[in-house]
Ligand binder design. Structure first.
Ligand SMILES: [Fe+2]
Ligand SMILES: [Fe+2]
Length: 160
């Protein structure tokens, strides 16, 4: 595999795990602050990020490449408020999207078609992730009151 591409994938495994760590931190903050539905939603989000890291790990193994795990950066443990969880999540996902797009482009430029095909799934996944967060923020913006927040927390409890 192209060396630059391999390093990008290895780094992305690390970043997906950092994402999982961030969402787990948001989950515990939400539970501690009386938003159990959001705690559950963020926990599932953390699961998904771990799955992404595993998907990429398995991909590297499948194509006989070394997986190098690096230290995971610390994440915030305090958040200004309920709405900030989602604004910070959206900002985080936009960073992920830029990284995924860069990996996809690098794969295309290196004519690594299998890797490009593998990352196409993540390109689509990022569109969904951003859309979901955007939707939550838009709804909260419409009713930015304690009742609106409680309704959203209830809604988030039911994430499949
Ligand atoms: Fe992810
Ligand atoms: Fe994500």
């Amino acid at each position: 595999m192209n060396k630059e591409l391999l390093e990008l994938v290895q780094d992305q495994i690390n970043f997906e795990l950092e994402s999982a760590y961030l969402y787990l931190s948001m989950s515990t903050w939400a539970v501690d602050n009386g938003y159990p539905g959001t705690g559950l939603w963020m926990e599932k989000q953390a699961h998904e990020e771990t799955e992404h890291a595993l998907k990429m790990t398995h991909y590297l193994q499948e194509v006989n490449q070394r997986v190098l795990l690096k230290p995971i950066n610390g994440v915030p443990t305090e958040f200004p408020g309920f709405m900030d969880l989602f604004k910070l999540s959206l900002e985080h996902e936009q960073k992920v999207t830029a990284r995924i797009n860069h990996i996809y482009e690098t794969a295309l430029n290196a004519k690594e078609h299998a890797a490009a095909n593998f990352y196409a799934w993540f390109v689509k996944e990022q569109v969904e992730e951003e859309a979901i967060l955007h939707d939550i923020i838009t709804r909260l913006d419409k009713v930015p009151t304690p009742i609106g927040i409680m309704m959203m927390d209830d809604r988030l409890r039911n994430r499949a």
